[in-house]
Write a protein that binds this ligand. Structure first.
Ligand code: ATP
Length: 336
């Protein structure tokens, strides 16, 4: 997968100490990051953490109050959106209701003066790419949510942008369709080699699709790296909890000594009758999740979550249980 180690020319997007303020709100606060050409890069964070504003800064819909934005090594900080080699897919699709699907897809090319025959050829090519050939004559109102989403994607890709910005593009779809589209988006991105910058608050989505993820909190990037690294080696409590819902535990309570540790629920084994040496707690809550059962165990003032296979019947609530894990499952967090 791509890495940002090469020359400047490999860097599609760079934010250098970029801030963006609205009145007294610092929506983006001193963000520095580089996105390699051809990379699938996600901006992940809770609501209000600044990821949409960061995306809009890259697209030119907002201008930075400080810092510098580069596209392919060129200063683009003050360029208007149309002058950037960037296109955007919005969550609400923003299709023109009075145009049919083909016209919607060809629209950006019409504006750019591409001749009609070429426009239609490219529109068909894009519809084919998103598996909607044959739908060209329909109006947006005659499509399902997932199909509209694809039209919007086809329209954004028709211009052959080098960078595509996607703001929660799957947010309006039901779970099954969303998972299907995640796979399709990912393979489309690989096939075209376009740089994707993808905003989501869904950690599962970011982990499964991205080459790298930047985790946002309060307008700042708190951690950046490949999904596996962010998941397995979270730097802070916030990242440990937000990405994958890790237990964040005091080292004293779990017998690990100083400091604070992350422990993933799936690494914890629950023993219905405690054995010597186990951490002992009371089973407080059990919730069936389909693929697995989630158990919450109270240990003193701490709560430890664990998961077990749904096929194993959980012990009754209130049972004293033992908890164990492999030593390498504990990951020490930085002091904040
Ligand atoms: P969400 O997932 O809810 O879209 P986000 O992480 O994308 O959230 P932003 O939309 O970037 O967050 O907003 C970051 C902060 O900036 C929020 O506090 C928001 O209220 C504020 N903000 C964003 N746009 C504006 C604006 N045009 N005027 C004033 N404040 C704004």
């Amino acid at each position: 997968s791509p890495t940002v180690t090469g020359t400047r020319a490999n860097v599609a997007v760079a934010l250098r100490d970029v801030s963006c303020t609205f009145g007294t709100v610092r929506a983006v606060d001193g963000v520095t990051l580089e996105i390699a050409e051809g990379e699938f890069f996600s901006l992940l964070g809770p609501s209000g953490s600044g990821k949409t504003t960061a995306l809009r800064l890259i697209g030119g819909f907002e201008l930075p109050s400080a810092g510098r934005i580069e596209l392919f090594g060129q200063d683009a900080s003050r360029l208007p959106p149309y002058a950037r080699d960037v296109n955007t897919v919005f969550q609400d699709y923003a299709l023109f209701p009075h145009m049919n699907v083909r016209e919607n897809v060809a629209y950006a090319l019409t504006v750019r003066g591409v001749p009609k025959r070429e426009r239609e050829r490219r529109a068909e090519e894009m519809l084919d790419l998103v598996k909607l050939s044959g739908f060209g004559d329909r109006r947006p109102a005659q499509l399902s949510g997932g199909q509209r989403q694809r039209v919007s994607l086809a329209r954004a890709l028709a211009r052959h942008p080098r960078i595509l910005l996607l703001d929660e593009p799957l947010g309006a779809l039901d779970l099954k369709l969303r998972e299907e589209m995640q796979g399709e988006l990912r393979s489309l991105q690989r096939q075209l080699g376009v740089t994707f910058v993808y905003v989501t608050h869904d950690q599962g989505e970011a982990l499964s699709m991205s080459d790298r993820v930047a985790v946002f909190a309060d307008g700042r990037v708190v951690q950046m790296g490949p999904p596996r690294e962010v998941y397995e080696r979270p730097r802070t409590r916030f990242v440990a909890r937000f990405v994958g819902g890790a237990n964040v535990l005091d080292g004293g309570v779990i017998g690990a000594g100083d400091g604070t540790y992350a422990l993933r629920p799936e690494r914890v084994t629950v023993h219905p009758s405690p054995r010597p040496g186990d951490l002992v707690g009371t089973l407080d809550d059990v919730s069936y999740q389909g693929a697995f059962t989630r158990l919450d165990v109270r240990v003193g003032l701490e709560r430890v979550s664990a998961v077990m296979p749904a096929s194993v019947p959980p012990p009754p609530l209130g049972t004293m249980v033992g908890l164990t894990w492999d030593p390498d499952a504990l990951h020490r967090l930085e002091d904040e």
